[in-house]
Design a protein around this ligand. Structure first.
Ligand code: URA
Length: 245
């Protein structure tokens, strides 16, 4: 049995504030088990059927989206100076409860998970869980594949105090003093890809995240577009970090 107050239930799903829901109740818009209910009673989310304006309401506690982040947006929920990634999702009803998982720089594009599931977000970003993040990058200079395998074993000493975890670089193409690469790492430290590539003598000119663990960026999403994750996509992500239902 999972009891919850009717106004909280509907407000969690984005039907309005609890005050607004109380007004909808008074207006007779809400039914529980086919009876119009005018007071915020407790309901059992597993067995009771709720209808809003005649439509059955499916309860979900958690919401998961992938956003194809464009450049020019910061990865935050609020900012006075910049547009945030949440501005791209303003149509979502539970926008106030959603937040981005991890961070992409203002000039980085690509895959960002947006959710209200704090536990999954924490595990996907915590280095302990070793979740791979894969980026496509264009870097300055002609990078040679030789000697890159060492970083897969040892990581890279960035400065006196800081050493990265092991990471992998794959060269896709190199010409005209530019190279296209894929780089895969399991940590999300500040500017990590840019700092690694700078240290290797190949500053980043363009950066896009294309994968987080089992989740690949859906290439049908244009920059700035987002979609809900499928149940299977959520299941696979949870499996990676031991959060299977
Ligand atoms: N590494 C960076 O340097 N920037 C990002 O946005 C993500 C990873």
């Amino acid at each position: 049995m999972k009891k919850i107050r009717l106004d909280k239930f509907l407000s969690n799903l984005g039907f309005g504030t609890r005050k607004e829901i109380k007004n909808f109740l008074k207006e007779g818009l809400i039914e529980v088990n086919d009876k119009v209910i005018k007071k915020p009673v407790h309901i059992d989310i597993e067995t009771d059927t709720v209808k809003f304006d005649g439509e059955t309401v499916e309860y979900k506690e958690y919401f998961y989206y992938m956003l194809n982040k464009p450049q020019g947006y910061i990865t935050a929920t609020k900012s006075k100076e910049h547009s945030t990634v949440m501005d791209l999702m303003y149509e979502e009803p539970i926008i106030d409860k959603l937040f981005p998982v991890g961070r992409l720089d203002i000039d980085t594009e690509g895959l960002l998970i947006i959710t209200n599931d704090g536990q999954l977000a924490h595990r996907l970003t915590h280095p302990k869980w070793n979740v791979e993040k894969e980026y496509y990058a264009v870097v300055k200079g002609n990078i040679s594949e030789k000697n890159l395998s060492i970083y897969e074993k040892e990581g890279l000493q960035l400065n006196k105090e800081e050493k990265t975890k092991p990471f992998r670089i794959e060269v896709i193409k190199t010409d005209n003093d530019k190279s296209q690469i894929k780089i895969t790492l399991t940590e999300g430290k500040y500017h990590i890809v840019k700092r690694i590539m700078e240290k290797l003598g190949h500053p980043v000119l363009y950066l896009k995240r294309i994968r987080i663990g089992s989740l690949k960026l859906d290439e049908s999403l244009n920059s700035g577009e987002y979609r809900e994750l499928t149940e299977e996509e959520v299941k696979q992500l949870k499996k990676l970090v031991n959060l299977e239902d």
